[in-house]
Design a protein around this ligand. Sequence first.
Ligand SMILES: [Zn+2]
Length: 510
Amino acid sequence: MANSVSRRDFLKLAALTSLNLSIPPLAKSADQLMQPQQEKQNVLVVVFDAFSAYHISLHGYGRETTPNLARLAERAVVYHNHFAAGSFTVPGTASLLTGALPWKHRAFRFENGVVESYVKKSIFHAFESYYRIAYSHNPHVVRFLNQFAADLTTLIPYEQLLLTGNGLVQAFFKNDDDIANISWSRIMVKDKGLSYSLFLSSLYKQYNENKINAYKDIFPIGVPTIKGDDHYLLEDAIDWLQDEIPKFPQPFLGYFHFMPPHDPYTPPHDFFGYYKNDGLEFAGKPQDIFAPVRPFDFMLAKRREYDEFILYLDREFGRLFDRLESSGLLENTWVIFTSDHGELFERGIQGHITPAFYQPLVRVPLLIFPPGGTTRTDIHTPTSAVDVLPTLLHITGQKTADWTDGVVLPPFAASAPDPGRNVYAFQSYHSEQNAVLKQATGMLVKGKYKLVYYSGYYDELGAEGKLIQLFNIESDPEELTDLSSSEQEIAAVLLAELKAKLAEVNEPDL
Ligand SMILES: [Zn+2]
């Protein structure tokens, strides 16, 4: 059993010690844990949620959204055609963490974890000889991390890197730890329903409101929010990482999943309005069959806020990278920068909750920074989120995971990439986890072609319930021309492969 710390355990632990939540538990315990093993290199995975590669200047976007990433890319392996395995957090992150495609881990719906047989098939299990630590701003990812907790040395509680939900005790009861501990537990165990004390509860609410008010000038359209009243500052989370990462016992595997640029897009005043009237024009695209019709101006406004929110995470990632580099840690650490899925502001779709798989929804950044790297390598072959796990095992000299659907990424693989390789994404967000999937979208990218197959959408598509799209993503990266009619032979070959795959995991309906 690992020393995973659930929120409740953390609170219990806090109650037994002198409670000072501004000092994370790691700061005190790192020295007492295992000694560094210099021969093994560390791995730091940083995920920014809902970050579409389509919106990254490094990949040709018209707005300079990522000056820091562009600067740092000069020492990285940059993947230009990297695909998430799903278009929202649940399948996307589960595939990143397990190296398996969605129809295997079967995390399809918002409330799904991975199936029981994948609980011991995560990246944390694969790195069993490492100090493994993880944090997520996104509660859907916290669910996975809780599932994988036995393979984590330290699971940082969700509340720890929030703006609210932390720090009340020191503020009110700094001279009396006993009262502080009891109060904290009674106020904070929110998931039991009513708080113990109405008095403290209202104090807590007021405290949080005051805390948020203090940041309203910095964030003109809202302090960054996860859900409801869970607010966060990426600056604080990055500060915490900067301080703590150098104290992690080595070798370590760190997985840190942060919310920006996920909706709601709330850029700080440094960036709010940055692209206003920048004159950049975006071509109208065909309306998606599944999407509501939204005003074009609304889409443009949301796109602008999203792009300005990207500037915020780019600044903070740059700050983290520079600090870790100056500490010397990056001489012995692989840094992985990626996302769980993309985002869309076209065709009537705003966000990523849609049956569709257009490129901005599934193309995500992947940059791998080798230890002490000084040169840039560009990879254009299609790659998948499921490749990250086997690649990290390979580059750190460990045995492969026999369950993965991924391959070792170029340029690290011994052989050249297979040009006929199939890259899949899949979603079925209304389906029962263990039942036959009645409604699903599958994507298959093979070389320059991308096939998307919709099945079971009777309300939108009529009695057949099916739709096929085929794009040449090399010559038509904006996916303006559906080739499913004009290139029927290619569509048929790819469809047969995709259907065979679906049938394999889903006898007999799809
Ligand atoms: Zn997400």
